[in-house]
Design a protein around this ligand. Structure first.
Ligand SMILES: *Cc1c(COP(=O)(O)O)cnc(C)c1O
Length: 501
């Protein structure tokens, strides 16, 4: 609902019944908010209220004031969608007005939208997945090996041009194996982007190693070359060079590899590229995920394509991927009695899920286009709001816009973001803050951190001022319009100084 549509629902309690009927007719919402002269809510007025008034012979030229007194059922701005729905169920009503601290109606929630939740990023299946899964069933290849696992590896490696790939049970498992392949051992140091999901760095702890976090740069939201340079110089000076650097590609966009890779090369430190969020993106014409010694993708349910859960390692080195497959299947030596000389894991992808992956890979290009279109719709719809800034996509980068992310300008950005997200949530629209940086997480509070500029903190700034919007490739135009309308209204309301008081 736009601000104008909401304004049309609000009528003075001194309106005549006939005027109210006309307003109801125009709004098409089945409910009006009758206001006292001071702007407080007197009562809600439904179709049924007006029908009953006319049947009771109240003249259509009488005022809404002549309707019986009724304490309206309302919620405050902090109410959640679940609380609103509970109130609706308890009183068998379909609309609940939202009141500000000054008891003025600022919003109205309808039952229909609460039952049609809009997700941040939901799975979007194509038409070929079921055929692959059926084939797995018919051929009885249900195990964590089989033709679809091999096929998925081959097709994904071809798609990104990585040479070789190893399919595993999750992106997290892929990062764990990737670290082991690069030789990470207990007591080592590993550098990692701070602005990321926790799965980027938890495997560092699985290895008994110590993470050091590197800030983001404003131009890409990804690892800051300046911070990396300073961190490596410090590490070299203290003879604590990291065993590897985990470079994360955030929200569908590559990091600045032309700046980052030469720095790592100069210190002889390999790169593990966490491309869990950037499958389908490219940087200077080359596929994201193919810049590190090892690259990692995820097929979790919220990613751009999904196998419900799964991950992939990629590399130009066939021996490395062969070792990944071995480590992911309990590190069995080729002997009938299962000989073991190394610690292995049960990380292999199943043939059924690989079948889903093969079907999904066929629609990846479309999914990228669809997510980029979602982003363009948001941008165009909010182009006139100067407080809104979008995650940049510099020249030479092709982002998938896996998530469409904005930041708000100004000193109260964090508070404004909270108000905006709360208001979207009330209408059952899932929006989230930008990732909370790892150096701010209690789990990693002991870890060293290198900011983009000394005394600054870019990733903390993005976390406090950023919002991720619903970005799924399966969002309908009607759903996008719903997000845009509520988002615009929430953004405008949040700019109002009184909302921040
Ligand atoms: C999703 C994600 C992962 C982990 O992938 P899973 O398949 O969920 O284990 C790792 N890193 C980043 C940046 C992610 O977004």
């Amino acid at each position: 609902m736009t601000a104008q549509e909401f304004a049309r629902l609000c009528v003075p309690a001194s309106s005549k019944l006939r005027e109210a009927l006309l307003a109801l007719n125009v709004s098409g919402r089945g409910v009006l908010l009758a206001l006292h002269p001071d702007g407080r809510l007197r009562r809600t007025v439904t179709d049924g209220d007006l029908r009953r008034a006319i049947l009771a012979n109240i003249n259509e030229n009488a005022c809404l004031d002549s309707l019986p007194e009724l304490t309206p059922l309302t919620v405050s701005e902090s109410a959640s969608a679940a609380q609103v729905l509970a109130l609706m169920d308890q009183h068998q009503i379909d609309h609940v007005p939202v009141l500000s601290a000054a008891l003025h109606p600022v919003d109205i929630v309808s039952r229909r939208e609460l039952t049609q939740r809009i997700w941040l990023s939901s799975p979007h299946l194509g038409i070929e997945e079921t055929a692959f899964v059926e084939d797995a069933f018919k051929s009885n290849w249900i195990a964590p090996l089989g033709p679809h696992v091999d096929g998925f590896e081959r097709e994904l490696a071809e798609h990104v041009g990585s040479g070789h790939a190893a399919a595993v049970s999750s992106g997290t498992a892929a990062i764990h194996l990737g670290l082991l392949l690069l030789g990470v051992q207990a007591g080592d140091t590993v550098f990692c982007s701070s602005l990321t999901f926790v799965a980027s760095c938890n495997p560092v702890l699985y290895c008994g190693a110590t993470p050091v976090f590197i800030d983001a740069e404003p131009a890409t939201w990804n690892m800051s070359p300046a911070a990396l340079e300073r961190a490596l110089a410090w590490a070299a000076q203290h003879q604590r060079l990291p065993r590897c650097v985990i470079v994360v590609n955030l929200y569908g966009q590559s990091a600045d590899m032309d700046a980052l890779l030469p720095i790592c090369q100069r210190y002889g430190v390999p790169v593990l590229e966490d491309a869990a969020e950037s499958l389908g993106a490219s940087y200077q014409g080359r596929a994201s995920g193919t810049f590190g010694q090892v690259g990692v993708f995820s097929f979790n349910g919220n990613k751009i394509i999904t196998t419900s859960g799964g991950g992939m390692l990629v590399s130009q080195d066939p021996a490395l991927m062969q070792r990944a497959r071995k480590l992911s299947t309990q590190a069995r030596e080729p002997a009938a009695h299962y000989e073991h000389t190394q610690l292995g894991f049960n990380y292999r992808m199943s043939n059924v899920l690989a079948g889903i992956g093969r079907g999904q890979l066929r629609v990846l290009k479309q999914r990228v286009e669809q997510r980029r279109r979602v982003h363009q719709i948001y941008r165009a719809a909010l182009a006139d709001l100067p407080q809104v800034q979008w995650m940049p996509e510099p020249e030479g980068y092709h982002s998938t816009r896996w998530l469409s992310c904005l930041t708000l300008a100004g000193p109260n950005a964090a508070l404004k973001c909270e108000l905006v997200m709360r208001s979207l949530e009330r209408h059952s629209i899932e929006a989230r803050p930008v990732w909370k940086p790892m150096h701010l997480q209690p789990l990693y509070k002991e870890a060293a951190y290198f900011p983009h500029e000394i005394g600054g903190d870019v990733s903390a700034g993005l976390f406090h001022a950023g919002i991720c919007l619903p970005s799924g490739s399966n969002l309908t135009d009607a759903q996008l319009q719903r997000v845009v309308d509520y988002l615009r209204r929430a953004l405008v309301l949040a700019e109002d100084e009184r909302a921040l008081a």
